[in-house]
Design a protein around this ligand. Structure first.
Ligand code: KIV
Length: 269
């Protein structure tokens, strides 16, 4: 059934309620109006205009070349196609390295139509998170594998596997919640750590390769459709078993809501 015209706008309160009820929500990336409309119709609760666009749209090897102008352009496109999903946008590499840049660039994304900005990092983001939260800008902090730090990390590697790293991540997640983060996004961590962080926080946690127990799940749209050059372990090609793009997106939403995705083969130990 199409949710077009019938669903009320998804807000942070909706996502909080889903978390409180122990239910799950689906997040997917989109970069243009047409796909944003399809995601919205399929019932996706959160659309992420991710800087993954640098890889899947622009053909770069990583997300570092993506600029604020790129992000603003794609947020505007997605905004036009979306009706009810909650719209989150990535702050690209080095766009939040000073207070002034953080405020100006977050404001530009919000003016373009974003309802939340996402920043990658850990404890060092506490002051930026507080700065934005105090000015009414909802913040998602992306932890675990943070692609903008790929050169420092040394590859797309699972994070938080040893006890010390896992404890640090848990402590940093608590600190960021305290600083005012409204959502935490966890990428490529062991499923057990994904569960522990989700249980420890009051805010919703969205996972990608973080196991089945986070409140939300996210995938890059092109990965879900099986058209990305690489397919990490945490990805499932939903188009292969459905045969149409709208059906693939609906199948993903259903699988997330019913807890069938991610399955054990998509998770890290
Ligand atoms: O840029 C992006 O699409 C992301 C997801 C991988 C979570 O940050």
């Amino acid at each position: 059934m199409s949710t077009q015209n019938t669903r009320k706008a998804i807000t942070l309160s909706t996502l909080k309620r889903i978390r409180e009820k122990g239910e799950r929500f689906a997040c997917l990336t989109a970069y243009d109006a047409c796909f944003a409309g399809l995601l919205d119709d399929a019932g996706v609760e959160v659309i992420l205009v991710g800087d993954s666009l640098g890889m899947v749209l622009q053909g770069h090897d990583n997300t570092l070349p993506v600029t604020m102008d790129d992000m603003v352009y794609h947020v505007e496109c997605v905004k036009r196609g979306n009706r009810t999903a909650f719209l989150m946008a990535d702050m690209p590499f080095m766009s939040y390295s000073s207070e002034k840049e953080t405020l100006e660039n977050a404001a530009a994304l919000m003016r373009a139509g974003a309802e939340m900005v996402k920043l990658e990092g850990g404890a060092w983001l506490a002051s930026s998170t507080r700065l934005l939260a105090e000015r009414g800008i909802p913040v998602c902090v992306h932890m675990g594998l943070t692609p903008q730090s790929i050169n420092r990390i040394g590859g797309y590697l699972v994070q938080g596997r040893d006890d010390r790293q896992a404890k640090n991540m848990l402590d940093e997640a608590r600190l960021l919640q305290e600083a005012g983060a409204n959502i935490l996004l966890l990428e490529c961590v062991p499923a057990d750590l994904g569960r522990r962080i989700t249980e420890a926080l009051e805010i919703p946690v969205i996972g990608i390769g973080a196991g089945p127990d986070t409140t939300g799940q996210v995938l890059v749209l092109h990965d879900l459709l099986g058209i990305s050059p690489i397919s990490p372990k945490f990805v499932k090609n939903f188009l292969a078993e459905t045969g149409s793009i709208p059906e693939a997106i609906r199948a993903y939403v259903d699988a997330v809501r019913t807890g069938q995705f991610p399955a054990p083969e998509h998770c890290f130990n």
